[in-house]
Structure formats: structure tokens, C-alpha cells
Design a binder for this molecule. Sequence first.
Ligand SMILES: Nc1nc(=O)c2c([nH]1)NC[C@@H]1CN(c3ccc(C(=O)N[C@@H](CCC(=O)O)C(=O)O)cc3)C=[N+]21
Length: 282
Amino acid sequence: MTATIIDGKALAQTIKEELHERIAHLNSKGITPALTVILVGDDPASAVYVRNKHNTFTQLGLKSDVLHLPADITQEALLNKIKELNQDPLLHGILVQLPLPSHIDSHTVIDTIAPEKDVDGFHISNAGALMIGHPRFIPCTPYGVMKMLATQQVPLRGAEAVVVGASNIVGKPMALLLQKEGATVTICNSKTKDLAAHTKRADILVVATGRPEMVTGDMIKPGAVVIDVGINRGEDGKLKGDVEFSSAVKVAGAITPVPGGVGPMTITMLLVNTIEAAERQL
Ligand SMILES: Nc1nc(=O)c2c([nH]1)NC[C@@H]1CN(c3ccc(C(=O)N[C@@H](CCC(=O)O)C(=O)O)cc3)C=[N+]21
């Protein structure tokens, strides 16, 4: 038996095609959905993602600007820039690429973005809205994962879901979304005792730890749906997930590849959130 490969790239393409109509409707009202990405410093991985986002947006006729700021910019100057963008009526989405240099407090930065332009869904009020079950912007990566589970028709009600990783941007919102759909959710972290005992119970296993290939086939329940959120660049330049694909694919019922899995869906859901932000102005 070998798992179904969940093709995130193909699903991303399908969702993008379905967005044309919504974009055309906005255009007919004189609105072009617009995103500004703020990139601080010169992290090469960040530069790749920012370029991918920019290309995806412009291909669909959306407006995309990248504001590249020096690594030694003061926090105050960055906050002032965000406040300026908050006031721009032609701008619908603001994304500050993470991580930020260590002299800048990312919580303060994120909470300075106007919540109605926070297309990442990271602002404390958007996180709170999701927590109480009334999301305004759903964080793009977990949102993309839910779309993948829906198209695979994975049953969520009553399912055992295990999320490995408890970050504010992936693990925690992922757990809330799965729980909202009726799954029984366990959140594991780097201190979890006997991680395999948890992962082996999972009908749905989401791994978002940033530790390359830490989940192996022997930790997976036969037939489980395995979602690999990790993107780690190896010394050979190749991308690796947080799941060891070669062993996992023999045990899982379905699995996302890296690359071509969750990554392209993240960018697509950023498009969806930006269009949504623009539509709220109609
Ligand atoms: N405020 C903020 N929001 C983010 O959403 C955000 C961020 N900061 N910081 C960095 C991470 C990372 N991220 C990715 C998006 C797409 C791919 C992607 O498209 N990956 C391709 C491959 C890309 C490659 O070849 O490197 C794939 O998996 O197939 C990867 C990573 C968004 N992030």
C-alpha cells in the first residue's frame, strides 16, 4: 500500500481559477485588491517566499508591492511605516514577513497593523476572533490545510487529530480550526513525552515543528492523513519536510509532499484573504 499524494500545487491552481470572477467583480467597481509585503533585512529564504507571493499576485492581476527595509531599521520607524500604510485607502492587505530581526518585537509590530488589513490573521484581535469561533481572517497555512482536507473529503467530526507544533501562526490556529469541525485535537510540542504514542493515534496528523524529517513512518497510524507543514532547506539545497516522506508514504493513507504541498496553498489563501479584505469595502 502506498499513500495518495495530496497535490497542493494543483489544488492551488484550481482555487486561483475560481477567484477570477471575484476579482473581475471588484474590478468592475473600480477596486484592484492590493497587498503590501514588508520585508526587513536580507534573509535569503524570506526573499524567495516574498518573490513567490509577488509573482502569484501579479499573475492574477492583483496589486502587489514589496517594501524592502534595512535590517537595522528602528522599531519606531517600522511602526510609523505600518501606520502610514494603515491609512492608505487603496491598500487592502499588509503582511510583515516573519521572522523579524531580534531588536524588533514582532507582537508589537503585528498589533500595529490595522486588523482589517491583517491578511495573515496574526493580529491579536484576529487571533481572538478565531479562538471564539468567529474568524475574520484565518491564518493562511492552517486555512490552506483545511481546504486540502475538504477536497480529500477527510472526515473531521469525531476524528482524532494530532498537531505537532504549537506556534501562533500554524499549530494553535490549526488546532482551533480542526476542533471547530468536530475533531478531537491534541497539541504536542517539543517537550511532549513519548511523541510517537500521540502521533500513532492520529487519524489526521499535522506536523509543523521546523525540525527536518522528525516524524517517521513508524510514528504514523496506518491509513492516516499526514500534513507536512515543514519547509527545511538541506545542505544539498533540496527542500525537506518535517516528515520523512520515504517511510511515511508507505504507512499513511494520504500525505502532502514538500515542495508542492502546503506551501503553494499558503500563498493561495493569502490571495483569498486579500480579496476578502477588498470585498469588505464593497
Ligand atoms: N508574515 C508572514 N506570513 C507568512 O505566510 C510567512 C512568513 N511571514 N514568513 C515565512 C513563512 C514561509 N511561507 C511560505 C510560503 C510559501 C511557500 C511555498 O510556496 N513553498 C513552495 C516551494 C518554495 C521554494 O522552492 O522554496 C512549496 O512548498 O512548494 C513556502 C513558505 C510563508 N511564511
